[in-house]
Design a protein around this ligand. Structure first.
Ligand code: TRP
Ligand code: SF4
Length: 327
């Protein structure tokens, strides 16, 4: 039996950080054994808000794919592709836009939130409102059964299901309704304890060098109640400790847990240990990235192959779509 299909995308607006890693990529990696996975660079989606700075989009497309492979996503098992290379997405987006009622888009919570948040850019555009229609096209093009995303994207998958249903009702059944495969929210936060995000300037990137990791870890806000080393701390609410739980060996972690609560270890020392764990974890990623960057020809081939595979499916789907609509 053919494996069930997964589709997910990432907007290329900068480098990958630990928020992406724990909020998406490690989950993508889990799925690559059991599903037929399509992971793509959503560069047209990036353009909906970054249309004034397209150079960043082009540059980060390759940076991100290199990082995907460096953390263990396997180009043999997954199809990596670039959205704008598969022009069929634009055609499907257009056709789906005909049947998507405006109120579905206007009431979308993610849209409303972004309008408030992206104050630096003018996103009162036609393209930005249609963001979820393009996303529906991405997903339905590959007849995905599941879409691994974080909480914030769940409304978009829901909308995709509604659009698929409407299409199927109007023209005959072409699309399966995809399930949302909710990624558990990352336990780790940015260095300032807000959600990790490039725009908050609180992110630790996979490309950060050792000194940068040290510097950022030292800046991290710990248990805010703990003013001096004499105050007992609470690891349960400390972001440094969340990193420890992932990256430091269990024996050391339970020691830190105890010594933090009894005020026997200070945050500076604790951070030093954590930074060391983090740097160790980054070593193999850095080595793999170095290899790939020295062989960009291979990276381009991987993307080309992925584009080809995606394109073949997209062509088939569009033939079915045109036949269904009879136009
Ligand atoms: N909107 C998604 C995000 O910001 C990216 C995305 C675009 C996507 N198309 C998709 C995710 C299709 C899943 C499926 O993270
Ligand atoms: Fe956090 Fe470690 Fe400080 Fe405890 S000692 S508050 S776990 S940084």
């Amino acid at each position: 039996m053919e494996k069930r299909r997964i589709v997910s995308g990432m907007r290329p607006t900068g480098r990958i950080h630990f928020g992406h890693l724990h909020g998406a990529l490690l989950n993508w990696k889990e799925l690559q054994d059991d599903y037929r996975c399509f992971y793509f660079i959503a560069d047209w989606h990036a353009l909906t808000s970054e249309y004034a700075r397209p150079d960043i989009i082009r540059q980060s497309t390759y940076d991100i794919i290199i990082d995907w492979i460096s953390v263990g996503l396997d180009p043999e098992r997954c199809t990596f592709f670039v959205q704008s290379e598969i022009k069929e997405h634009a055609e499907l987006h257009l056709l789906l836009s005909m049947i998507t009622p405006l109120p579905w888009l206007e009431r979308n919570p993610t849209y409303k939130e972004q309008l408030k948040e992206l104050t630096q850019r003018d996103v009162y555009t036609y393209g930005f409102l249609g963001y979820p229609v393009l996303q529906a096209a991405d997903i339905l093009m590959y007849k995905a059964n599941g879409v691994p995303v974080g909480e914030d994207q769940a409304p978009h998958v829901e909308l995709t299901r509604e659009i698929a249903r409407r299409f199927n009702n109007l023209y005959g059944k072409v699309f399966p309704e995809p399930d949302t495969l909710l990624t558990p929210t990352a336990k780790i936060l940015g260095t300032d304890r807000r959600k990790m995000s490039k725009s908050y300037n609180n992110a630790i990137f996979l490309t950060d060098g050792d000194e940068e990791v040290d510097r950022k870890v030292m800046q991290m806000i710990t248990d805010p109640q703990r003013k001096t080393k004499k105050d007992p701390g609470d690891p349960a609410i400390c972001n440094v400790f969340s990193f420890h739980e992932i990256y430091t060996d269990a024996h050391t972690v339970s020691g830190i847990d105890r010594q933090c609560r009894s005020a026997e270890i200070g945050c500076v020392e604790c951070k030093r240990i954590m930074a060391r764990s983090l740097k160790t974890a980054l070593e193999p990623v850095r080595a793999k990235r170095g290899e790939l960057e020295a062989d960009m020809k291979r990276v381009r081939e991987i993307v080309e192959q992925g584009n080809e595979r995606a394109r073949a499916i997209a062509r088939n789907t569009m033939e079915e779509v045109r036949a269904a609509i009879k136009i």
